[in-house]
Design a protein around this ligand. Structure first.
Ligand code: AMP
Length: 183
């Protein structure tokens, strides 16, 4: 029997849709991830309110999920599944780095390094993004980045991006996924 591999996915939303607010959309995305038969033992961080980068747009709600995946699943197949979930939750791709109803990024796939035209893992910008590192450090602090060998906790502590401040919590529809507010 093959040993399953841990994977990490980052989630973000800053537009409402017919599914509801960004928090509702992220919760809907988590339910869809739970339904993927290839993913096992999904764990979800808190949701964080973060300031946008790029063009002027509403604040984001961000978080991360980790899971175990059967090694028989190809990372590109998982990326396709993530794109289907994005589309299912109403994502329309418009402006680069602009507002979006749902963004799902594949951050880590065990200790694999993948560089193809459509998929780069570890995600090329995740080490600069507190909105990925802070939630991921909540659920996988000791996971080592295969390129720098630093743990997620270390990368989060080093990250200069101060868009996330862990402060007060907002009520959430799912108590396992509380929102942490920007100060
Ligand atoms: P985005 O607009 O941020 O969702 O990026 C979309 C494109 O980035 C997709 O068409 C993917 O093929 C590509 N991409 C490359 N590496 C990754 C990754 N690790 N996670 C998600 N998308 C990726």
């Amino acid at each position: 029997m093959c040993t399953p591999v841990p994977i990490a996915i980052a989630l973000g939303s800053n537009l409402s849709s017919e599914l509801g607010t960004p928090v509702d959309i992220l919760n809907a995305a988590i339910e869809r991830l739970r339904q993927l038969p290839q993913l096992d033992r999904l764990e979800v961080s808190s949701w964080y309110r973060t300031a946008p980068i790029g063009p002027a747009q509403p604040d984001y709600i961000n978080g991360c999920a980790i899971a175990l995946v059967a090694v028989t699943l190809d990372p590109h197949q998982l990326l396709q599944n993530l794109h289907h979930i994005e589309a299912d939750c109403g994502r329309v791709r418009t402006q680069h780095w602009g507002a979006r109803t749902l963004d799902l990024d594949l951050i880590l796939w065990g200790d694999r390094i993948i560089a193809t035209p459509t998929l780069t893992v570890p995600h090329p910008r995740f080490r600069d993004r507190a909105f990925v590192l802070v939630p991921l450090a909540e659920i996988a602090p000791q996971w080592r980045d295969p390129q720098t060998q630093a743990t997620i906790a270390t990368l989060a502590a080093r990250c200069p991006d101060t868009a996330i401040v862990q402060a007060s919590r907002l009520p959430s529809t799912m108590s396992r996924h509380p929102v942490k507010e920007q100060a």
